[in-house]
Design a protein around this ligand. Structure first.
Ligand code: B12
Ligand code: SF4
Ligand code: SF4
Length: 378
């Protein structure tokens, strides 16, 4: 799904942007923080080189959308100007999704699974009814409102709004826009908000007023390496370097088919995404709790039981996760992940269910169920 928004080109813009005014507009639109950077930004060549090296080293696994190239062979995402030659500025916004629910690293029952914090979100309507929400849609709507306010102030201009899905390296832009540093776990850490934040980007053809860009924030990881030590699969191959093909988030959400058997045990009981390298990070200890009415944690997704997840049939999956980020894994993807988690639970009660799934039409579910059954019964 391409969640972008464009408006026709204008003749010229009457005003240029300042970090201060952009931040006020973004907060009015519902974002926690925002920064502004003129394009191309000072670190663009360095970041483009890092991105290219990362893709060329095969770190993107099967995420082919990251590898797309222009006709001239340039990686589309490495530099904003490749797909968007008109872009003069990036307004980068953050939305906090942290909640006061437990961390994945705290002790849990053996029959409990883990769904990543970012995917718990829901909104509560005036009548108190709770429905799943997806940050892509929630934040895109806010970017549109920000864009509309800017249009009132500056007249017509060209723009693209992206939350996750556009051809841009959002954390590189966020770092350049002074919203934090790209940390050793590769997440963007804001010194006050921590890393449980979503990133949303509005590219515009509006220029930035001289000296009115946001100042950058230096790296504050220091000598810490808790995230590297805690990562169960060794996906953080060095500080600031991730082999996404080993990351549990990739394996349980993005990767289709069979999870490599050598990584099944390390995947533990994470059935959708992974929070470990953020849960151990000291910068998240005092991170504020989100008060966002559209990103409220659904408590039934916090430490859900494997029994409940295993009993979901396709219709139940659709009803439970329609409108939620969890839908991205797909029904068979989640079932495959639940099978791996059951194998890692040590609970032999799951054997009959796994025995049924060994006959599944889906190869990923079959392989996971076979592996889990062998592990539980050996
Ligand atoms: C592909 C992708 C993934 C992949 C790969 C992640 C990765 N580290 O590359 C997988 C599926 C594993 C993944 C996992 C997660 N993701 Co993701 N993902 C993306 C996506 C679509 C592209 C990222 C990308 O381009 N990666 C390529 C690498 C090169 O880019 P990068 O990691 O951003 O690159 C920086 C560093 O690697 C660094 N770097 C590289 N080498 C070096 C060397 C040195 C010395 C230094 C200092 C830095 C450095 O520089 C790069 C540029 O700043 C972005 C959205 C977007 N369009 O950008 C979301 C995004 C990065 N993901 C996000 C989230 C929330 C997650 C998860 C937390 C979800 C979860 N709980 O499971 C995990 C976090 C895992 C982690 N530790 O990063 C958020 C991050 C928010 C934040 N505060 O950081 C984003 C921005 C989506 C959004 N709009 O909010 N994701
Ligand atoms: S998200 Fe999990 S698997 Fe991925 S790098 Fe962080 S700790 Fe490792
Ligand atoms: S755990 Fe330590 S090294 Fe890792 S991102 Fe946090 S501060 Fe940086």
């Amino acid at each position: 799904m391409c969640l972008d928004e464009s408006v026709p080109s204008s003749d010229s813009t009457s005003h240029s942007l300042t970090a201060e005014s952009v931040r006020a507009f973004a907060q009015e639109a519902g974002f926690s923080e925002a920064g502004l950077v003129a394009l191309p930004h000072d670190a663009e060549s360095r970041d483009a080189d890092r991105f290219e090296q990362w893709v060329n080293a095969g770190r993107a696994g099967t995420m082919d959308y990251l590898k797309r190239q222009s006709e001239s062979g340039a990686f589309l995402r490495a530099r904003v100007a490749t797909p968007f030659p008109w872009a003069q500025s990036a307004i980068v916004c953050l939305a906090v999704y942290n909640s006061d629910e437990p961390l994945s690293t705290e002790t849990h029952e053996w029959n409990a699974a883990w769904i990543a914090r970012y995917a718990w979100s829901s909104r509560v309507d005036a009548g108190g009814k709770i429905s799943p929400s997806d940050y892509h849609k929630v934040l895109l709507k806010r970017l549109r409102s920000l864009q509309a306010n800017l249009r009132e102030e500056h007249g017509s201009f060209e723009a693209r709004a992206y939350v996750d899905t556009g051809p841009v390296v959002e954390r590189a832009l966020a770092t350049a826009a002074g919203l934090g540093w790209t940390a050793k776990n590769t997440c963007l850490i804001h010194p006050k908000l921590g890393s449980f934040t979503f990133v949303a980007v509005l590219l515009t053809s509006l220029p930035v007023e001289a000296q009115a860009t946001s100042p950058t924030i230096p790296d504050r990881c220091g000598s810490c390496r808790r995230c590297l030590d805690a990562c169960p699969t060794g996906a953080l191959i060095a500080p600031y370097q991730m082999d996404a093909a080993r990351c549990i988030s990739y394996l349980t959400i993005e990767h289709r088919g069979t999870i490599p058997p050598e990584l099944m045990e390390e995947t533990g009981r994470q059935v959708f995404g992974c929070d470990i390298c953020q849960d151990v990070c000291p910068w998240n200890r005092k991170a504020p709790i989100s008060a966002d009415p559209e990103l409220v944690a659904r408590t039934e997704l916090v430490n859900p039981t494997l029994q409940w997840l295993a009993a979901l049939e396709e219709g139940d999956f659709e009803r439970t996760f329609n409108g939620s980020p969890v839908r991205r894994a797909g029904f068979t993807g989640l079932r495959r992940n639940v099978a791996v988690a059951m194998g890692n639970s040590g609970l032999r009660d799951f054997a009959p269910r796994l025995q049924q799934w060994v006959e599944s039409a889906d190869a990923g579910v079959r392989a996971a169920a076979r592996w889990a059954l062998d592990k539980l019964t050996s």
